[in-house]
Design a protein around this ligand. Structure first.
Ligand code: BDP
Length: 653
């Protein structure tokens, strides 16, 4: 039976008999205006388009030459007026009005909204065979069985979700570009991609493709992919001009090079600016962008030589290239120096790169954070990153740096690996929708709080009274801490099952080649990354942050084991020993999950059955997962240290 998909936070229509007509001052063939025509009756019950300016809602283009999507909503005699300097802004204004009216707070008008970040992107790690690298909500919405799925209705539904939270860019294939996907730059595929891109574009979203750096060889049949070879440069120019001939408003290319087996400029003794700039120059005449990832490291180096440190890699490679990139090239930097762990310090490239366009990269898909089985609302983590002060200058917050340190402000922003798939509710776990929603809302307005966003999402997604709404929101807002509690203590990281990245395997990566070691032995635990005795990673931060992390006196508890190797009896700022902290948090994590179950059960009567059952089933899995983590981590450290839990709890419960 065909199952209609969840409309997520766009499920509810505004029910207001006073709002019956809408009017558009512009007459244009713009696809975005056509989108507004189609969307209005989906968002406002019983509304129809009018030819008269005295309609309940009017949209008008102002003559402010703004292209970033800002908009203004004012109350008028007849209802509301949405104005913007761009069509995109009118679209965002429409969704904004829908959201505000559903929230029922009319004191907010006039309401002016401008995005804090320019590029607001989601990245798909979807493969042509339909699988998704690190996908936890079913198969790809774009591909099936090495062909384009061709379900344009689905792409449209997805575009609505993205545009409604302000996303304006999407990359549609995996950054690991396998053989079949490397042919996406050929005409046959581009014609298919064009169909997808047209829909996205009618929602103000630019389409990007990930490419394989060795494509000149594998696709073009050349003998080399050397970025300084004239032949290679010309080959890319031709590929790109063909792309733009078919998709004139194509966004650009995303590149993962010299990382985890992907080819790159290093193969030819060239540097990353040489690789990125060659492509940037080829795409510049068409107004396109090259987004170049900084997730570059030799995945076996720490294994070969344990004095080396994977955390240092991005900075070591890119810091000296600051200022060397073309104006349409952008570096995409993961939030932490390693890889999307539940707790990491900030990437030291933020603040250190002062003359380079930059995009901060988050992960919405819950690779290391519970696979969308466990609840883990990630907005609190993202907020910490955005609000982090690098102390390179006064008040040098990451959320400002992204734009300020980018010479070309329009080439800066935030991207994230997205969490959607073919599951009827898009994200597997209904509550994981809050991460997609929250990501969009937060990167548009960096000042929103985690709680505001979670309450907003809950209000748009369920029909609950205030008390019940706060219950759902309380699960969300505490869930990141809970996941951290029962998994990795004090930012130690990577105690998960290798490759899978779900569930515990305390030594799973310890003797493996990937360079993510916790160094637990009978005396202590943690990676020494200090300058004094360790890998010297702390040196990559500003002077002030470096001092803070270098010293045990000042290093924040939650980052302790990322920077230091300490005895189990080391006393934290919290007053607890490391070992006791490990025991306590792991017991607490499981208790919190049981609390979530009780809260969720108490909502059975007021939630729709499907959503209720969806989360209930996952909470059962989460409890099992949390218990496994608790038992394995606690037993492991008990056996290593030989130190009893001071509260006398048995490690296995
Ligand atoms: C890691 C994932 C891997 C990705 C890689 C990346 O495990 O699947 O290919 O990141 O970001 O987190 O390129």
């Amino acid at each position: 039976m065909f199952e209609t998909r969840d409309l997520c936070w766009l499920t509810k229509k505004v029910q207001n008999p006073g709002i019956s007509t809408w009017y558009m001052t512009e007459e244009s063939e713009s696809p975005i205006l056509k989108t507004i025509v189609r969307e209005m009756p989906l968002l406002f019950e019983g509304i129809s388009q009018s030819q008269e300016p005295d309609a309940s809602i009017t949209f008008s283009l102002s003559n402010k030459a703004e292209t970033n999507g800002s908009y203004l909503i004012e109350k008028t005699m007849h209802g509301y007026r949405v104005t913007s300097g761009s069509y995109e802004g009118l679209l965002y204004g429409m969704y904004g009005l829908h959201r505000l009216l559903l929230a029922g707070d009319t004191t907010l008008f006039p309401y002016e909204s401008r995005p804090d970040q320019n590029i607001r992107m989601v990245d798909h790690w979807d493969n042509y065979d339909g699988s998704i690298e690190r996908g936890y909500a079913g198969n790809s919405i774009f591909y099936h069985n090495n062909s384009f799925r061709g379900d344009m209705e689905l792409v449209m539904q997805y575009s609505r979700l993205l545009a409604s939270v302000g996303i304006n860019a999407v990359s549609i294939n995996n950054v690991n570009v396998h053989k079949l996907e490397s042919f996406f730059i050929k005409e046959e595929a581009i014609t298919e991609i064009k169909k997808i891109a047209e829909i996205f574009s009618s929602y103000g979203i630019k389409t990007f493709l990930s490419i394989n750096f060795a494509a000149p060889i594998t696709v073009g049949g050349l003998a080399t992919a050397d970025p300084l070879s004239m032949e290679v440069g010309n080959w890319w120019k031709e590929v790109i001009s063909n792309l733009y001939r078919i998709i004139p408003d194509f966004g650009g290319l995303l590149v993962k090079a010299d990382s985890e087996g992907e080819p790159g400029p290093f193969t030819y003794g060239r540097n990353h600016d040489e690789g990125a700039n060659m492509l940037a120059r080829a795409i510049k005449p068409f107004g396109g962008l090259i987004i170049w990832r900084c997730f570059v490291y030799d995945c076996t180096q720490d294994w070969r030589d344990r004095s080396l440190d994977r955390a240092r890699a991005a900075y070591d490679i890119f810091k000296d290239l600051d200022g060397c990139f073309e104006e349409n090239a952008i570096l995409q930097i993961k939030n932490g120096p390693i890889d999307f762990q539940i707790r990491e310090p900030i990437s030291p490239l933020f603040g250190a790169l002062k003359k380079t366009n930059q995009i901060l990269e988050f992960q919405i898909t819950q690779e290391y954070t519970g696979h969308q089985k466990d609840i883990c609302y990630l907005v609190p983590m993202w907020k910490e990153v955005l609000d982090f002060d690098t102390r390179h200058r006064d008040n040098d917050l990451v959320k400002h740096i992204i734009k300020e340190n980018s010479p070309n402000k329009s080439c800066s922003g935030i991207a994230a690996v997205v969490n959607v798939g073919m599951d009827y509710n898009w994200t597997g776990n209904k509550l994981a929708q809050a991460n997609l929603y929250g990501y969009g809302r937060l990167i548009w307005n960096n000042e929103l709080s985690s709680q505001e966003i979670s309450e907003e999402w809950t209000r748009l997604s369920f029909d609950l009274n205030d008390g019940d709404l706060r219950k759902v929101s309380s699960i969300l807002t505490t869930s990141r801490d809970t996941y951290e509690d029962y998994t990795c203590p004090l930012s130690v990281g990577f105690m998960c099952k290798p490759s899978l990245h779900y569930g515990p395997d305390v030594d799973g990566y310890e003797y493996d080649k990937w360079g993510t070691y916790h160094y637990a032995d009978r005396d202590g635990v943690g990676r020494d990354r200090t300058m004094a005795t360790g890998t010297g990673f702390t040196r990559q931060y500003s002077e002030e942050r470096c001092k803070e992390y270098e010293s045990l006196e000042t290093c924040p508890d939650e980052l302790l084991l990322f920077f230091h190797h300490v005895p189990y009896t080391h006393v934290l700022h919290s007053g607890k020993t490391v070992i006791q902290h490990i025991y306590d948090t792991h017991f607490k994590g499981v208790e919190k999950v049981k609390e979530y179950q009780a809260i969720w059960d108490s909502l059975k009567e007021v939630l729709d059955e499907k959503a209720y059952e969806n989360v209930k089933t996952r909470l059962i899995q989460q409890e099992k997962n949390a218990t496994d983590w608790r038992d394995q981590v606690n037993t492991y450290f008990y056996r290593k240290s030989g130190i009893e839990d001071e509260r006398g709890r048995r490690i296995f419960d």
